[in-house]
Design a protein around this ligand. Structure first.
Ligand SMILES: [Zn+2]
Length: 243
């Protein structure tokens, strides 16, 4: 392994292995902030990356001018703007209420339907077992992503999803986004695409406005993650073994 390969996206698998990734997220800005740099590097490598978004982030403001409906509409638009910057293939909106996401059987079936239709070989999501995760929607999104894995491969689970020539899912690997205060087993050098990550994140105007300092926390997080390895900016992941 060369020094460069040590921190590049080949850690997820070979170009033969990884052709299609689904990111399962809770809120409109989760992808950009948690793994936007890595996603850009994978898209540049020719990987088709799509986003399954469980909520519209419709409680995410302190501005009394917004209703939940207005905010949901705004944030869906911002999500599509960010997706364009990163070159995502597709965004699937599930529209569950923000702050109340539950990894129930409905969400499991919705995730399974996305695995079956989009046929990702790889899933990126939140670690549902990470005790340091403060946001219940993040835990629920990660839980549903993992829980859908096994049934989505089975023909007798929600067979109506397989009508008209649909195929069972074939997800082969899971990677969890790293938390801010723990080292990932996979560290990706995103220094070269940092500005693109910032540009995509800035599409979420309702969250970060246009002020230069609005993303200082994100820069600090990604610098901190890179510190272990002498990188300017990095994102961290943990893998989950599936079979
Ligand atoms: Zn979130």
């Amino acid at each position: 392994m060369t020094e460069q390969e040590q921190f590049d996206v080949s850690q997820f698998g070979t170009e033969e292995d990884i052709k299609s990734i689904l990111v399962v997220a809770a809120h409109p800005d989760d992808l950009e902030t948690a793994c936007g740099g890595t996603v850009k590097l994978l898209v540049d490598r020719g990987v088709a990356v799509s986003l399954l978004l469980a909520t519209d982030g419709d409680i995410g403001t302190h501005d009394p001018e917004y209703t939940r409906e207005m905010l949901a509409e705004t944030r869906r638009r911002e999500t599509l703007d960010g997706a364009r910057v990163l070159g995502l293939q597709e965004v699937v909106f599930l529209g569950h209420p923000d702050g109340e996401l539950v990894a129930d059987l409905t969400l499991r079936a919705q995730v399974a339907a996305a695995y079956r239709r989009l046929q990702p070989d790889t899933v990126f999501t939140f670690d549902p077992a990470w005790g340091g995760q403060a946001h219940p929607d993040h835990t629920a999104a990660g839980r549903a992503a993992v829980d859908a894995y096994m049934p989505s491969k089975m023909e007798l689970y929600h067979p109506e999803q397989l009508e008209d020539g649909g195929k069972v899912a074939d997800v082969k690997r899971f990677f969890f986004f790293g938390g801010s205060n723990r080292e990932g087993e996979i560290t990706i050098d995103i220094s070269g695409v940092w500005q693109t990550k910032v540009a995509a994140t800035r599409c979420h105007v309702s969250q970060f406005g246009q002020k230069e300092e609005a993303l200082e926390w994100l820069a600090e997080w990604n610098r901190e993650t890179g510190k272990c390895c002498g990188l300017d900016y990095a994102e961290a992941f943990h893998s989950m073994r599936v079979w």
